[in-house]
Design a protein. Structure first.
Lengths: 113, 115
């Protein structure tokens, strides 16, 4: 039984570019949340997707957007990249919009040059 | 707003030593509280949880008690092993979210255990 899988594992971009990160939830899960973890910090909630809609959002600008597909997989898009966007991006999945514990993937390390 | 504060600075212990990592929280009402662990190069794993005041969560020898009087949820283990070396995060769900969703995390405590 595969857990949460994220791709790519590492990514290097330059300022101003756009990036798309992908997440496949654990089998049987229908809710996907995204977190940003800066170096040496705890993860910060970006947003949560359920039934293909953004249900909750943290304190992140509109440059951060997402999508959930009918198979429950999800993408995180970041436009106009800034140096401060360098971080580990974690995807977490759960069942039923957060009424069960979240399972985290290993993350995508994004570096902005 | 809801928040979590963990003890600052890394913790370095010898194998079989006693571990305490402090966590205090500020929240509306009495949310569930969690400890997550992050091993090098991996994502976060739920270590233990407590869903109401005076609950004790436990797993893999780790324990934490939900203390509403002191708004604390300190993590303890009686005898640490080298394999416990990791980063530990205290967390709670933000107000307006579901019981496990929209988590807010402390800044993390790095634990290093030497043989």
């Amino acid at each position: 039984d595969a857990g949460v899988t994220q791709s790519p594992t590492h990514l290097i971009k330059t300022r101003g570019q756009q990036v798309t990160l992908r997440c496949s939830p654990k089998s049987g899960h229908d809710t996907v949340s995204w977190y940003q973890q800066a170096l040496g910090q705890g993860p910060q909630f970006i947003f949560q997707y359920y039934e293909e809609e953004e249900r909750q959002r943290g304190n992140f600008p509109d440059r951060f957007s997402g999508h959930q597909f009918p198979n429950y997989s999800s993408e995180l898009n970041v436009n106009a990249l800034l140096l401060g966007d360098s971080a580990l991006y974690l995807c977490a999945s759960s069942l039923g919009q957060g009424y069960q514990p979240q399972h985290f993937g290993d993350g995508t390390r994004l570096s902005i040059l | 707003g809801d928040s979590v504060t963990q003890m600052e600075g890394p913790v370095t212990l010898s194998e079989e030593a006693f571990l305490t990592i402090n966590c205090t929280y500020t929240a509306t009402g009495y949310p569930s509280l969690f400890w997550y662990v992050q091993y090098p190069g991996e994502g976060l794993q739920l270590l233990l949880k407590a869903t109401k005041a005076d609950d004790k969560g436990s797993n893999k020898g780790f324990e934490a008690t939900y203390r509403k009087e002191t708004t604390s949820f300190h993590l303890e283990k009686g005898s640490v092993q080298v394999s416990d070396s990791a980063v530990y995060f205290c967390a709670l769900p933000l107000a307006g979210g579901t019981s496990y969703g929209k988590l807010t995390f402390g800044q993390g405590t790095i634990l290093t255990v030497h043989p």
